[in-house]
Design a protein around this ligand. Structure first.
Ligand SMILES: [Zn+2]
Length: 313
């Protein structure tokens, strides 16, 4: 795959309107002197895409916040798929949020939904941790790239302060790729619109990225530096429509140098259809169907997009 390369800061187009680069994932690489730091990353901003997905449901703010963050994470990870396919992140738990599902379908379709216990959600304190929000549970990531590729699934316990922590644990245990992740989501109090964003950096195995190699000690230091700099990013910076991602990446990594690759565009997408939901109904017995029907009709709602399909029975 040949990707157009843009070297910062010249590329941060002043002509771009604020928020013009929303709904994009930007792959980047931290260059270092020898182009051999082996640190690559991805940054994402979701504006209207996050808002449309979240506003299809009437979630309590706490729940919408987690769904917004998982959307940013799903965009970061899904956009790494090398072949056409899908990536699904699913959290199952017994706490205030009982189910969280988000998926990415190439070339950039995102969708997500959550199920929750309303009373438990409203009882959550300020700054509740992942463990407090979800209780005991697991986060699973599934990659499906079609019949020719083996389906892959990794699972990690839902632990830590927030979803960023949980994602880092996941990479540590399932992928053995040292990774650092920062995610954010928030609702504009004036407009009521949601935004989500995130940045992930990963330390590649030596030699994965081509080029001359650095001595081991320098590689380690370079990775530590990349991680610490990511840790310094503020939630507001991850979300601010007036701060272009290119500018933010430059702000974080200008000392080593950062190279940004062609962005991947994100859209809200759902793959529900009359046929699929009809097939679900067809699996029920005629007795069950009669019980489900009201005035000779069965209504099925897509949990992702909340679209209602009506079937006559
Ligand atoms: Zn749908």
């Amino acid at each position: 795959v040949s990707e157009e390369k843009i070297i910062l800061p010249e590329a941060s187009g002043a002509a771009d309107a604020p928020g013009a680069a929303d709904n994009e994932v930007k792959p980047f690489r931290i260059e270092g002197e020898m182009e051999a730091m082996d640190v690559r990353g991805r940054a994402v901003r979701l504006g209207t895409v996050a808002d449309q997905i979240l506003s299809a449901h009437d979630y309590p703010e706490r729940v919408a916040h987690v769904v917004g963050e998982v959307l940013a994470l799903t965009a970061l990870l899904g956009s790494m798929l090398k072949f056409e396919g899908s990536l699904t992140i699913q959290a199952k738990a017994a706490g205030a949020i009982t189910l969280l599902v988000a998926d990415y379908h190439s070339p950039g379709e995102l969708r997500a939904y959550a199920q929750y216990d309303a009373a438990a959600v409203s009882a959550l304190g300020e700054g509740a941790t992942m463990t407090e929000i979800f209780g005991d549970g697991f986060l699973a990531m599934t990659i499906d790239q079609g019949a020719d590729m083996e389906r892959y699934q990794g699972i990690v316990e839902l632990e830590g302060k927030d979803l960023s922590d949980c994602a880092e644990n996941y990479f540590q245990s399932s992928e053995q790729t040292p990774s650092a992740v920062r995610l954010a989501a928030s609702k504009n109090p004036l407009t009521g619109h949601w935004r989500a964003g995130g940045i992930m950096v990963q330390h590649l195995a030596q030699g994965d990225d081509g080029g001359d190699r650095m001595p081991g000690k320098d590689r380690k230091e370079a990775w530590q530096r990349a991680k610490i700099l990511l840790g310094s990013v503020r939630q507001q910076e991850l979300l601010d429509p007036a701060l272009e991602l290119n500018e933010l990446l430059y702000r974080l990594y200008h000392e080593d140098g950062v190279r940004v690759f062609r962005p991947i565009h994100m859209v809200r997408g759902c793959r529900c259809s009359r046929e699929k939901l009809g097939a679900v109904i067809a699996n029920f017995s005629s007795g069950d169907i009669a019980e489900m029907a009201e005035d000779g009709k069965i209504k099925m709602t897509c949990e992702f997009c909340n679209k209602v399909f009506e079937f006559e029975v």
